[in-house]
Design a protein around this ligand. Structure first.
Ligand SMILES: [Zn+2]
Length: 292
């Protein structure tokens, strides 16, 4: 894909303040997926919806992570995909380096779920921990589903891979691996159950003073389609129906409460709001600010 005419984008970083917290969207890359992977809308309708929003014909899925800084501590929400999903992804560490942050400085990793575009950045090629000091937080339901007994199966063969990678992760991170309920990972940042995409899929809600942010994980993968059409799911959703219900509930809540959101697959810079209009929901990205 790269040729002499290719101009590399500037680093994928964007910061926002949430009360006393500084939250930085750290991009891991972007990857096209076939329109056929979307569930509940015919591929040609998907392509029409994308064209109407000036997007390429194949849905392009942004992959992102969030660095949450508070009082000198650093929590990374998800870790991108490293080299597990191709050369257009795996930019997390490079982008963190631009911030002056090295893996050794990450105190905690809060995972939204165990899919490879979220947990894939945690082990290097030799199977060692990329983040040597980080305490890892994952929901009890997520651990139970992937690692609780018989490995789950699916038509695409993804579950077997997730099961094997997740068991390796749990082993390598050892006593730094913590399965949690809906509790605080650090004061002011609470795990929230958002089941459907996976059974233990999590959001992280940050609250400080009067300021709030919900990092909603994978409530949408192709937001230009799914925010206007919350009924559209993805073949990778473990429970499409539950995913739909959760997506509707969250869109309703954040638009009513005017709650700011971040999301792993929101288009960069990965922060915004959702408003209700006459035909449904609409995403309003944050205004870029040179100082926060
Ligand atoms: Zn994902």
């Amino acid at each position: 894909m790269a040729n002499d005419q290719t101009i590399r984008q500037v680093p994928g970083l964007y910061r926002r303040r949430v009360g006393d917290f500084v939250v930085t969207a750290v991009n891991d890359g972007i990857v096209p997926i076939p329109a056929e992977v979307m569930v509940g809308m015919a591929p040609e309708e998907v392509q029409k919806a994308l064209a109407s929003r000036f997007r390429p014909a194949d849905p392009h899925v942004t992959i992102g992570t969030y660095l949450v800084e508070h009082g000198g501590s650093r929590t990374l929400v998800d870790t991108g995909s490293r080299n597990l999903m191709g050369p257009t992804l795996g930019k997390l560490l490079k982008n963190l380096a631009v911030l002056g942050v090295i893996p050794d400085q990450i105190d905690r990793i809060a995972l939204t779920h165990l899919h490879p575009d979220h947990a894939g950045g945690m082990l290097d090629d030799e199977g060692k921990a990329v983040f040597p000091r980080a305490e890892v937080f994952i929901s009890l339901d997520e651990e139970k589903y992937w690692l609780g007994g018989e490995p789950p199966t699916d038509a695409l063969g993804i579950s077997a891979q997730v099961n094997s990678y997740a068991s390796q992760l749990r082993k390598v991170y050892g006593d730094r691996w913590h399965a949690i309920g809906e509790e605080e990972v650090i004061p002011g940042m609470r795990r929230e159950a958002l089941p459907g995409h996976t059974p233990g899929h999590s959001g992280y809600h940050i609250s400080s003073g009067t300021d709030e942010l919900l990092i909603w994980g994978d409530i949408t993968h192709v937001p230009v389609v799914q925010i206007a059409h919350p009924e559209v799911g993805l073949a990778f959703d473990v429970d499409v129906e539950q995913g739909r219900a959760t997506r509707r509930r969250i869109l309703d809540r954040i638009s009513a409460d005017r709650l700011a959101i971040g999301g792993m697959h929101l288009e960069f810079p990965g922060f915004g709001h959702v408003v209700r209009n006459s035909s449904g929901y609409e995403y309003v990205p944050d205004l870029w600010m040179p100082e926060i």
